[in-house]
Design a protein around this ligand. Structure first.
Ligand code: PLP
Length: 399
């Protein structure tokens, strides 16, 4: 292979995919793989979904881009649909999860300034992941990702995840707080799931203190956990919700949704983007949401998540080295007692695309369209791969 002209930002596996269909991918050599990653929680409809492909093909043939200097009817329709399913008032469309979080951070700051809070401060979580732009990297709780990019941005106060007392304590002493930003399940952080009671308490303190509750559903949203949004498991509604990933099935998108006072913060000139909410991506988002609804994919995600979880629990029962199997719906993690990055390579060899995050957590994010036989197959390949890895990589040597 000739030298790459790509910047040295990734360490890709030596596999290139040529095509996909449903939950299946084929590499350039014709080898078939079961996709338990969905391009990191993006391809919820699976690959080459016929109705989705038709809709974006037709839109590409009509009109791709005009800019936000003009009314974009497709964007209006996508906003109306996503706000309806999310119980939110309005949406700003951008191009990635990081940008969706940037928008949330800007809303919180402006909300604070409009209320006379000079150093508007956002409470963020340990092990959180909100993106790699400088603001979202500063909000992210990974020293590894932040290292070398200092000075980081101020205006964030970090607390342990799932620790309500820590938030309450800051609330007592700090009048600059304007918002709390958190994930219901920390995806990149290792599939850590917040207690539903904790989330309800955070909602209450935000109401009481007039802070904005900003729930980052970039990874957990759009049906992944078996509801449209993971926070719905706790019966709460955020004030601000960044989205991306699964919203447009792989056409790059981000969206920041807002409700109530948060929805009234921006005026023309406060925020914007060239590409966000163009006709093509808006049709991609609208069609994605319609297909998920039409085909009952929320229910499918919940049921198939249970099939995989049950399969993993029986396949890995009593296996030393397996610490915990956790997650909701099709956002699942198996935590091992040792670093296990090599599982990705082993899984690929066995014809499965999976991922390891936070060093020790095998992460599964299969498409929402998965069927029962495929779900069982994922559980069985993952269980076998984990067992062979654990038997060959002793804890002490590997750690
Ligand atoms: N927020 C969460 C919860 C994420 O999981 C991610 C990416 O993994 C992001 C934000 C950043 O999204 P993007 O990579 O599209 O900028």
């Amino acid at each position: 292979m000739t030298a790459s002209h790509l910047m040295n930002t990734y360490a890709p596996n030596p596999v290139s995919f040529a095509r996909g269909e449903g939950v299946w991918l084929w590499d350039v050599n014709g080898k078939k793989y079961l996709d338990a990653l969905s391009g990191i929680a993006v391809s919820g409809l699976g690959h080459a979904h016929p109705a989705f492909t038709k809709a974006i093909n037709e839109q590409a043939g009509r009109l791709i881009h005009t800019s936000n200097h003009f009314v974009v009817p497709e964007q209006e329709r996508a906003a109306a649909k996503v706000c309806a399913i999310a119980n939110m008032d309005n949406a700003f469309f951008c191009n990635s999860g990081a940008e969706a979080n940037e928008c949330a951070i800007k809303i919180a700051r402006l909300y604070g300034h409009q209320r006379g809070v000079e150093n508007a401060t956002i409470i963020v979580m340990e092990k959180a992941w909100h993106g790699r732009t400088l603001a979202t990297l500063s909000a992210t709780g990974s020293r590894k990702a932040q290292a070398g990019f200092e000075p980081l941005m101020g205006g964030f106060l970090r607390v342990p995840y799932n620790d309500f007392a820590a938030i309450e304590k800051i609330g007592e002493s700090n009048a600059s707080v304007v918002a709390v930003l958190l994930e219901v399940l920390q995806g990149e952080g290792g599939i850590h799931v917040a207690d539903m009671g904790y989330l309800r308490k955070v909602r209450e303190i935000c109401d009481r203190k007039e802070w904005l509750l900003m729930i980052d559903e970039v990874q957990s949203g759009i049906g992944r956990t078996g509801k449209w949004f993971a926070h719905q498991w706790a019966g709460i509604v955020p004030d601000v919700m960044p989205l991306a990933k699964g919203l447009a099935s792989g056409v790059p998108i981000g969206a920041c949704l807002a409700r109530g006072a948060a929805a009234k913060v921006f005026k023309p000139g406060n925020h914007g983007t060239t590409f966000g909410g163009g006709p093509l991506v808006s049709v991609a988002a609208l069609t994605t949401l319609e297909i998920i609804e039409r085909d009952g994919l929320l229910d499918n995600a919940a049921r198939m998540g249970q099939v995989i979880t049950d399969g993993l629990r029986s396949g890995l029962a009593g296996v030393a080295g397996v610490k915990e199997i956790r997650g909701i719906g099709l956002m699942l993690g198996v935590e091992l007692d040792r670093p296990c990055g090599d599982i990705v390579r082993r899984a690929l060899e066995a014809g499965l695309v999976a991922n390891v995050t936070a060093d020790k957590v095998v992460r599964l994010l299969p498409p929402l369209v998965i069927n029962e036989a495929e779900a069982r197959q994922i559980a069985s390949i993952v269980s076998a791969t984990i067992k062979s890895f654990l038997s060959e990589a002793p804890a002490a040597a590997a750690a």
